[in-house]
Design a protein around this ligand. Sequence first.
Ligand code: NAD
Length: 344
Amino acid sequence: MKNQEHRPKIIVTGGAGFIGSHTVVELWNVGYEPIIVDNFSNSQPWIFDRIKRLTSKGLQCFHIDCCDEEKMEQLFLKLGQIIGIIHFAALKSVNESIEQPEMYYKNNLNSLQTIINLKEKFNIPDLVFSSSATVYGAAEQLPVTEDCNLKPATSPYGETKQLGEKMIREQLETGAIILRYFNPVGAHPSGLIGELPIGVPQNLIPYLTQTAIGQRDSLKVFGTDYNTQDGTCIRDYIHVLDLAKAHIAALTRLLSNRKTDVYNIGTGEGHSVLEVINTFEKVSGIDLRVKYTNRRAGDIESIYADCSKASLTLKWDLKYTLGDALKHAWQWEKGLHETKAEAA
Ligand SMILES: NC(=O)c1ccc[n+]([C@@H]2O[C@H](COP(=O)([O-])OP(=O)(O)OC[C@H]3O[C@@H](n4cnc5c(N)ncnc54)[C@H](O)[C@@H]3O)[C@@H](O)[C@H]2O)c1
């Protein structure tokens, strides 16, 4: 294990969030010094203690809004040589973005512009940007490849991802990798970090684990009449640690080829909502209370990734199954519940 002072520094914006925290741990494990920048608008400061338990007591975290270019510049000056930035910091709720579009455009686009400006100003070689499968909308072909046509965004959130990709391509011909994530799920196998939704979860897995623990009355399945094997929607669920490792692979790729490029990061396999529920029941031994309701506006029927580009070019592959991801998410939920019970 390298000493702190010999580790190349990587800025991780949004590093206290779900995907960021797992990526910070992986960066540390392979010899980088990740430095977290987060405004805690969608994360809890106590998660940083957990991250330190998985990495080092000396890990640094700065409570800064990435849209504040002056403060970010002061930080970059103070930190000295930085070899890369992974930019996770963004607001991510589709529904909230429809209710409060201005907040989404401001936060997601201004923070990215700050990062691009500072990358150029400080000559930081590499940037990895979090995009999303939402850019494909209802894809014309499955599995979806990176060269499929992008569809006009159906939410301000989706639009910030499309515009974000465009900003990177127009302003950075080299030194950037855009990763289009499919559905990140799971948690760290230690049970110390995981997804921490504020309020009612928007995503299937945290809603499911909160139902299993008794925090929610029942799990709603939106639509059972889709043209899929069991009538429910199909998504590509990827374990958050496999996703975290894709960021390390992207940084490694940029060392040998600096051309700006884009990659799908999923598993290549689609699973229906009912398959997820059945797998969860199997790994947890719990019978979920499920309510079947009508389709939800805006949901697409089926999407899953073709990840052959990432697997061949980034030399990245998967370690975890859907069952592992659900087992780890359940372990995390139970741990959270125990922590809350102790604090009460
Ligand atoms: N989780 C998903 O399903 C998913 C899917 C596709 C893409 N993404 C993208 O991946 C990235 C990370 O997602 P996540 O699931 O970890 O989300 P998250 O909300 O758990 O983490 C994002 C972090 O960024 C921070 N943040 C937001 N705006 C900030 C700002 N202006 N300055 C500093 N910190 C700020 C939040 O406090 C939070 O800790 C986001 O860009 C998201 O849009 C997520």
